[in-house]
Design a protein around this ligand. Structure first.
Ligand code: ADP
Length: 637
C-alpha cells in the first residue's frame, strides 16, 4: 500500500458511496423486499468464499499454517445491544479492498432498473437484488449500522469500515490479531410491519442457516443455550450453553440424489448463482469411469442479466475434491451452452493446476465432453417429455443452439440439429426437423424454407402459395442465423434444404417446365429490354409460373440469398460488396404479363421500374427511389 493511500484512508473523513452503489444502497435501506432474511446467506457466502481463498492458499503455500479444521464461521447474537456478529478467519481485506469492495457495488455494469416494473416497487426490488446479487449490501435491509473489521492475510494492520447507510462510510486503522473479517450488524428497531428482532433469536438464525447455508463446507458455529433439567433440583431447569455447528457441511452435490428435495436445488441455485427465480431445469449427475466427477448444473429461466454483454463469462465452477479451484472454468462449457450455470467437482484434478495447464488437461477434456453430452441428453428428454417447457427454453436460448450449428465450421452440428425448432407453414407452434421430414409428402424431395422478419410476413410472400399448393410445408426462418446454420447443415436425413425464394426452385412438371422455357425464349426481346431498363440491378428478368396469384417477385441466383445479403451487409465491418444476384420473376399467368407485352418502349421502362420496386418491397428490401416510385404510380393512375 502506498504511504499516500494509507494516509488518505486513515483520516476519519466520511466518504461517499459511488453513485450507483448509493442508489442500490438506498433501495436496500428502504427495502420492502420480502426476503430480507437472505442477508444472512449473503454474509455467510462471503465468509465462506474468503475462507476458500485462504484454505486454497494453505494447500499450495507452505507459509500458511492452517488446516481445514481450523476454519470456521462464527455467529454471535447480542440481544441487549441488538447486534449480530459474523466472524470468519478467511483471507480478510486490506484497506484498499474494503474501499473498493464495500464502497462500490455493481462494478461490472450500470444499474438498469427494470422499467416495465416501475410501478411495482417490490418487483423492482427483487429484480435488482437478483440481478446483482448485491451480497454485502443486503445487510442494510435489516441493519441501520454495519461495522466491518478486517485484516488481510499477510498484512500487519487491520482496518475498520463503518457505515450507517446512505450518508457514506469511514475507514480507520484498528487492532485485530488474526487474519479474517468480523462483521457486526446493528439490527433495526421493529416497526409496525417489520419484525427485525426475530433475527436476534437463536432459533431463527439456526433456521436460516439450515435453510440457506447448510451446504457451506466450513462449520458455522453459534453458542446455543438450552434448558436442561437441573441435576440438583428436581423439576427445575437450568440454562446450559454449548457451541454448536448449525450446518451439515455436506455440499449439496455430494449428497445422494434421493436425499435432495427440489427446493434444496432451487435454493442452492438462487443463492449461489444470484438469480431470483427458480431454475428451469436441474441437471445433477455423478459420473464414474474415464473421469470421476459430480456435476450440478442449472438452466436458468431467463438469460443472466449481462448475458448479451461483452462482460459475460461462461463457465462452470470447478472444485477439486470439494475445494473451489476456479470460479468460471470456460473450458467446461461449449459456447452454445454458455447460459448453463453450475459446478463440477472432481477428485481427478490437481489442486495446483494453473489456468494455462488446465486448458491442456486431459481429464478436464473428458469431463467437458461428458458434460456436453449430459446437457444434450437432458434437453432431448425435455423436448420429448415436456414440449411446452422445451419451447419456452428454446425461445429463450434457442438462438444459442443455432449459432452452435453454424460456428466452428459446423463441427458441432450433428449433436445439435435435433434440438432445433422452427416455425412453419404447418400452423402455430414449432417443429423439429425430424417432425418436418416425418410429414413430407412422397413426391417432396427437399426441405423448403423461406426467410423473413416474422412468420406472418413470410406467410405473405408470393412464392409461398405455389409450394403450399403442392402440399409442401415451408419452414419459417426468422432469425438471421437460420439460413447460415442450415447451409452448414446442408441436409437432414438425406434431404436437402431449398430456399423457396431462390430462382432454381422449380416445382412444376416437365411439361410445364418445357412450356415455360419456350415462353421465355419467345419473349427474349421483351425480357432483354426489361433487364436493360433495370440497368444492372438484376442479372435476369424472366417469366415464371410459380407465383400463384401474385404478379412479381425477386429471387436470388447462386449461393447468396436475399436474406444472407441483408445479414452480411449489416454486420459490423462488413464490406458492402456482398450482393445477391437478383432475378426479377414475372407471373406469366397474371394479366400484368399481357400488359408488358403490349406496352411501347417508354411505358415498358416505367412498368419495369415499378414492378422491380414492388418486388423489392415484398422481399423486405429498401427501394432506391421511393419518390420516383410514387410519382410513376400517380402518373399511371
Ligand atoms: P459479491 O460477494 O457478489 O462479490 P459482495 O458485495 O457481497 O459481492 O462483496 C463484495 C466483495 O467484498 C467480495 O467479492 C469480496 O471480495 C469482499 N468480501 C465481502 N465479504 C468478505 C469477507 N467476509 N472476507 C473477505 N472479503 C469479503
Amino acid at each position: 500500500m502506498s504511504a499516500n493511500f494509507t494516509q488518505g484512508m486513515i483520516q476519519m473523513r466520511k466518504k461517499q458511496f459511488k453513485a450507483e452503489s448509493k442508489k442500490l444502497l438506498d433501495m436496500m435501506i428502504n427495502s420492502i423486499y420480502t426476503h430480507k432474511e437472505i442477508f444472512l446467506r449473503e454474509l455467510i457466502s462471503n465468509a465462506s468464499d474468503a475462507i476458500d481463498k485462504l484454505y486454497f492458499r494453505s494447500l499450495t503455500d507452505n507459509a500458511v499454517k492452517l488446516s481445514k479444521d481450523d476454519f470456521k464461521i462464527q455467529i454471535d447474537i447480542d440481544k441487549e445491544n441488538r447486534t449480530i456478529t459474523l466472524t470468519d478467519n478467511g483471507i480478510g481485506m486490506t484497506a484498499e479492498e474494503l474501499e473498493s469492495n464495500l464502497g462500490t457495488i455493481a462494478k461490472s455494469g450500470s444499474l438498469n432498473f427494470k422499467n416495465e416494473n416501475a410501478d411495482d416497487e417490490n418487483a423492482q426490488d427483487i429484480s435488482v437484488i437478483g440481478q446483482f446479487g448485491v451480497g454485502f449490501y443486503s445487510s442494510f435491509m435489516v441493519a441501520d449500522k454495519v461495522e466491518v473489521v478486517s485484516k488481510a492475510f499477510g498484512d500487519d494492520t487491520a482496518h475498520k469500515w463503518v457505515s450507517s447507510g446512505a450518508d457514506g462510510y469511514t475507514i480507520e486503522e484498528c487492532d485485530k490479531e488474526d487474519a479474517g473479517t468480523v462483521i457486526t450488524l446493528h439490527i433495526k428497531e421493529d416497526t409496525e410491519n417489520e419484525d427485525y428482532s426475530q433475527y436476534l433469536e437463536q432459533y431463527k438464525i439456526d433456521e436460516l442457516v439450515k435453510k440457506y447455508s447448510d451446504y457451506i463446507r466450513y462449520p458455522i458455529v453459534m453458542e446455543m443455550s438450552h434448558q436442561v433439567p437441573d441435576p440438583d433440583k428436581e423439576g427445575e431447569y437450568i440454562t446450559e450453553l454449548s457451541t454448536e455447528t448449525l450446518n451439515s457441511m455436506v455440499p449439496l452435490w455430494r449428497k445422494s440424489k434421493s436425499e435432495i428435495k427440489p427446493e434444496d436445488y432451487n435454493e442452492f441455485y438462487k443463492s449461489k448463482f444470484m438469480d431470483y427465480t427458480d431454475p428451469m431445469a436441474v441437471i445433477h449427475t455423478k459420473t464414474e469411469g474415464q473421469a470421476t466427477f459430480d456435476a450440478l448444473m442449472f438452466i436458468p429461466q431467463n438469460p443472466p442479466y449481462d448475458f448479451y454483454s461483452k462482460e459475460y463469462e461462461k463457465g462452470l465452477q470447478l472444485y477439486s475434491n470439494g475445494v473451489l479451484i476456479m470460479d468460471k472454468c470456460a473450458d467446461l462449457l461449449p459456447d452454445y451452452f454458455s447460459f448453463v450455470k453450475g459446478l463440477v467437482d472432481s477428485a481427478d484434478l490437481s489442486l495446483n493446476i494453473s489456468r494455462e495447464m488446465l486448458q491442456h488437461d486431459h481429464q478436464l477434456k473428458i469431463i467437458a465432453k461428458a458434460i456436453d453430452k449430459k446437457i444434450k441428453s437432458e434437453l432431448t428428454k425435455m423436448l420429448k417429455n415436456d414440449r411446452e417447457k422445451y419451447e419456452k427454453f428454446f425461445k429463450t436460448f434457442g438462438l444459442q443452439l443455432k449459432y452452435g450449428v453454424y460456428a466452428n465450421y459446423g463441427m458441432d452440428k450433428d449433436g445439435l440439429k435435433d434440438l432445433l425448432l422452427f416455425e412453419s407453414s404447418n400452423g402455430d407452434g414449432y417443429t423439429t426437423l425430424k417432425e418436418y421430414v416425418g410429414r413430407m409428402a412422397d413426391s417432396q424431395e427437399s426441405i423448403y424454407y423461406a426467410c423473413g422478419e416474422n412468420a406472418e410476413k413470410i406467410s405473405l410472400l408470393p412464392q409461398i402459395d405455389a409450394v403450399k399448393e403442392k402440399g409442401y410445408e415451408v419452414l419459417y426462418f426468422t432469425d438471421e442465423v437460420d439460413e447460415f446454420a442450415i447451409q452448414m447443415l446442408m441436409e437432414y436425413d438425406s434431404k436437402h434444404f431449398a430456399n423457396i425464394c431462390k430462382d432454381d426452385l422449380d416445382l412444376s412438371t416437365d411439361a410445364e417446365k418445357e412450356a415455360m422455357t419456350k415462353k421465355n425464349e419467345d419473349s427474349k426481346d421483351l425480357l432483354d429490354k426489361m433487364k436493360e431498363a433495370l440497368n444492372g440491378k438484376v442479372t435476369a428478368v424472366k417469366f415464371s409460373n410459380k407465383l400463384g396469384s401474385h404478379p412479381v417477385s425477386l429471387s436470388a441466383e447462386g449461393y447468396v440469398s436475399l436474406e444472407m445479403e441483408k445479414v452480411l451487409n449489416s454486420m459490423p465491418g462488413a464490406n458492402k460488396g456482398v450482393k445477391a444476384q437478383l432475378v426479377l420473376e414475372i407471373n406469366s399467368n397474371h394479366p400484368v404479363a399481357e400488359k408488358l407485352e403490349k406496352a411501347d418502349d417508354e411505358t415498358l421502362k416505367k412498368y419495369t421500374g415499378l414492378l422491380y420496386s414492388a418486388a423489392r418491397l415484398i422481399a423486405g428490401l429498401d427501394i432506391d427511389n421511393p419518390t420516383e416510385f410514387s410519382d410513376i404510380i400517380a402518373e399511371l393512375m
